[in-house]
Design a binder for this molecule. Structure first.
Ligand SMILES: Nc1ncnc2c1ncn2[C@@H]1O[C@H](COP(=O)(O)OP(=O)(O)OP(=O)(O)O)[C@@H](O)[C@H]1O
Ligand SMILES: [Mg+2]
Length: 250
């Protein structure tokens, strides 16, 4: 298919998706999706999965008919100053603070890199597929085309098991990946029914980032408070200690 022939209709099949799609679908986003399509990563965009402040997430399919999650970051609505905080100081991303568009493109690349790193060290996050500009394609997490619920919507059935697993996740990312999620909470973890998958890793920073400690402590605080909500008695100090205990064992 030639780019000139590309219309939103080629990619979107229902009117709600079309409306949401149009919000993020400027000419470069069209080119980006088109490029991912010509490379065979995406064959069509089927439904809106989530509409957010910073990004919209769609369910797409690839040529083989497999589901693919397609996250398209908004350019204009992005928060330049907040995003800068998580990019400046990350040694992988020097000199990107030019304008909103460059920053959002760098952010998308950063999410892809973070997903790759986390997959490599063996923690469960979506498998990254490809990215172009502000469009990121990754493994779709769901069943029969329906995404898994967030832990916020469906808390873990076995809270003790979750407690153990989230400690393992946090220790492994910290000590083996030397990376910190920096927005870890029940809003960014999906419940698969027999476990969980952490998502939304664009803001994750390396431990060499000057604010790494602050971000990590916030993650610990969020998770400690969620664990208490689901009946696992713990606190910031206690959970922090549990994670530290695993140093050298990840
Ligand atoms: N790989 C995926 N598979 C299935 N659903 C996903 C996937 N990635 C994200 N989602 C869904 O899309 C929602 C938003 O994704 P994510 O948390 O990555 O974006 P966000 O940056 O929080 O967006 P915003 O802050 O603008 O809402 C998630 O809560 C989840 O429901
Ligand atoms: Mg999120």
């Amino acid at each position: 298919m030639k780019k000139e022939e590309l219309t939103i209709r080629n990619y979107v099949k229902d009117s709600e998706s079309k409306r949401v799609f149009e919000e993020v679908f400027d000419s470069t986003a069209i080119e980006s999706v088109h490029e991912l399509a010509t490379k065979g990563f995406i064959d069509g965009i089927e439904h809106v999965v989530s509409t957010g402040k910073e990004a919209h997430v769609f369910r797409g399919i690839d040529k083989a008919g497999n589901n693919v999650a397609v996250k398209i970051y908004k350019i204009e609505a992005s928060d330049f100053n907040t995003m800068s905080k998580y990019i400046e100081g990350d040694i992988r991303f020097k000199n990107v603070r030019k304008n909103k568009r460059d920053l959002v493109y760098a952010w998308t690349r950063k999410e892809f890199r973070n997903l790759s790193l986390m997959n490599r060290i063996g923690v469960r996050v979506p498998v990254p597929i490809a990215f172009k500009n502000n469009v990121l394609a990754m493994e779709f997490l769901g069943e029969n085309g329906k995404k898994y619920p967030l832990l916020k919507e469906k808390p873990p059935e076995d809270s003790a098991k979750f407690h153990k697993e989230i400690v393992a996740f946090m220790a492994k990312t910290l000590f083996k990946g030397e990376i910190i999620h920096a927005d870890l909470s029940e809003y960014n973890i999906l419940n698969t029914g027999d476990g969980f998958v952490v998502i939304d890793v664009g803001q994750a920073v390396l431990t060499s980032h000057p604010m790494a400690k602050e971000f990590f402590e916030r993650d610990v605080r969020n998770i400690a408070s969620f664990l208490n909500k689901i009946g696992e008695k713990t606190g910031f100090e206690e959970l922090y200690e549990e994670i530290k205990q695993r140093k050298g064992k990840v």
